[in-house]
Design a protein around this ligand. Structure first.
Ligand code: HEM
Length: 120
């Protein structure tokens, strides 16, 4: 009778994988930012995103990637880039029918990361 964790509300590993896949499709279709990922190994990036979302939602995974600061160094990501990426995530969460409370709880955890991700 415990309330579901955010991880559970996102659909666990299967749900987070589906959200990530929709997110990557949305990102790949965005001409404003897709150039940032020209050198990216998408399969590894996908795995890191899944792990990261799992950790952020208290799913008890191990994140193998770099810190948000280190991962985005030298990319000169603007606030507009950040907002666009978050928009693609919101669309992916909607596409996967994540309830609005869970969607907003996840966004609340990600939004403060803009300080580590933008303008450096
Ligand atoms: C809430 C916002 C964001 C989150 C949670 C996030 C998360 C991540 C994660 C987990 C990685 C993997 C790091 C690793 O492999 O060690 C990554 C890498 C990366 N991110 Fe972000 N990111 C965000 C915003 C952005 C934005 C706005 C951009 C640019 C438009 C961006 C561009 C990149 C690039 C280019 C990489 C490197 C991919 C590669 O391995 O080649 N990210 N991000």
């Amino acid at each position: 009778s415990q309330p579901p964790t955010l991880y559970q509300q996102l659909g666990g590993n299967v749900g987070i994988s589906l959200i990530t896949d929709d997110f990557l499709v949305n990102l790949s279709q965005d001409k404003r930012i897709v150039h940032h990922f020209a050198q990216t190994d998408i399969e590894i990036f996908r795995q890191r995103l899944i792990e990261h979302l799992c950790v952020v939602s208290d799913g008890g995974c191990e994140y193998q990637g770099a810190s948000m600061f280190d991962a985005h160094i030298g990319l000169h990501i603007s606030q507009a880039d950040f907002d666009a990426v978050v928009g693609h995530l919101i669309n992916a969460l909607t596409q996967q029918n994540v309830p609005i409370a869970a969607r907003n709880a996840l966004l609340a955890k990600l939004a403060p990361m803009y300080q580590d991700i933008t303008y450096h």
